[in-house]
Design a protein around this ligand. Structure first.
Ligand code: 13P
Length: 281
């Protein structure tokens, strides 16, 4: 049963100095493609779905599929609830067997973020699941609704947050943004190095789409143990479907199904190789 607590995957990554890809999925085809890539590369992987996307992929449907895919995989798979906003959905994800949840209190004042995170940790503890939180603010937006400006993670805030909450993993803001970057992404490695020096728990990088391979590798050498990729996989699936319709006028539903699997597979495969988690399972 290779469904595994996400924290366990990331602590192993910490020892091996690599990062594990956390790939957002929206349907069965994307789950199949992501797991296939991880199995071929003998890599651990994290599947995740964000609360902001449940409108398209209801949690009661996508959740059991993700958990079942993990249990049936021949590599270790963490199943994460990404950008949890409400306790109701977080509890539901835990009930379904997710092995970690993220509580996104990044828009709250630090003390409120601490309070909320502690409440989520109490819930997650009942299930033996781990918790990710965010200090500072990642830019862009998780569901394309509205752009959010970047606020670098403050080292002292991060220290206080980790000490007071006992959270398992911490998402940092170092110039990263969700969705497609306006211009070149400009990661501030000085900020990351300063955080890495004082924070012992695995760090998480959101907004992976558009970041260069070199920067990903640098992140993986500077304490980042989980890298979130969403938009690039959705775009890759979309591209495969578009090409299918353009190139095969007599196509059918089942070819569309395979095209979506391939779209997810291609993007996950590419990123696993960059993150250094190949052959680490
Ligand atoms: P991207 O859509 O920029 O890849 O961000 C993914 C993410 O951070 C999910 O939480």
């Amino acid at each position: 049963m290779p469904l595994i607590n996400t924290k366990e995957l990331l602590l192993k990554a910490d020892q091996g100095n690599y990062a594990v890809g956390a790939f957002n999925v929206a349907n069965m085809e994307m789950i199949i493609g992501a797991i296939k890539a991880a199995e071929e590369l003998k890599s651990p992987i994290i599947l995740q779905v964000a609360e902001g996307r449940l409108e398209y992929s209801p949690l009661e449907l996508i959740g059991p599929m993700m958990v079942s895919a993990a249990k049936n995989a021949n590599v270790n798979v963490g199943v994460n609830f990404d950008h949890g906003m409400t306790l109701e959905k977080i509890k539901m994800a835990l009930d379904l067997g997710f092995t970690s949840v993220m509580i996104d209190g990044s828009k709250l004042p630090l003390d409120k973020n601490i309070e909320l995170t502690k409440e989520v940790i109490r819930e997650a503890n009942k299930f033996g699941a781990s918790v990710e939180a965010e200090v500072g603010r990642v830019g862009g937006s998780e569901d394309n609704s509205k752009g959010v400006s970047i606020l670098y993670t403050d080292v002292e805030d991060a220290k206080k947050f980790v000490k007071e909450t006992g959270v398992d993993t911490l998402a940092v803001a170092i110039g990263n943004a969700h969705g497609v970057y306006e211009g070149e992404p400009n990661l501030n490695f000085e900020v990351l190095e300063n955080i890495d020096k004082v924070i012992e728990i695995p760090l998480v990088l959101h907004g992976g789409t558009g970041i260069t391979s070199d920067d990903f590798r640098k992140c993986a050498k500077t304490g980042i143990r989980k890298i979130n990729i969403a938009t690039a996989t959705f775009n890759s699936v979309n591209k495969q479907a578009k090409e299918l319709y353009e190139n095969d006028k007599k196509t059918n539903y089942f070819k569309l199904n395979s095209a979506q699997v391939k779209g997810a597979y291609d993007n996950v495969y590419k990123h696993i190789r960059i993150f250094g988690s190949e052959n680490k399972d």
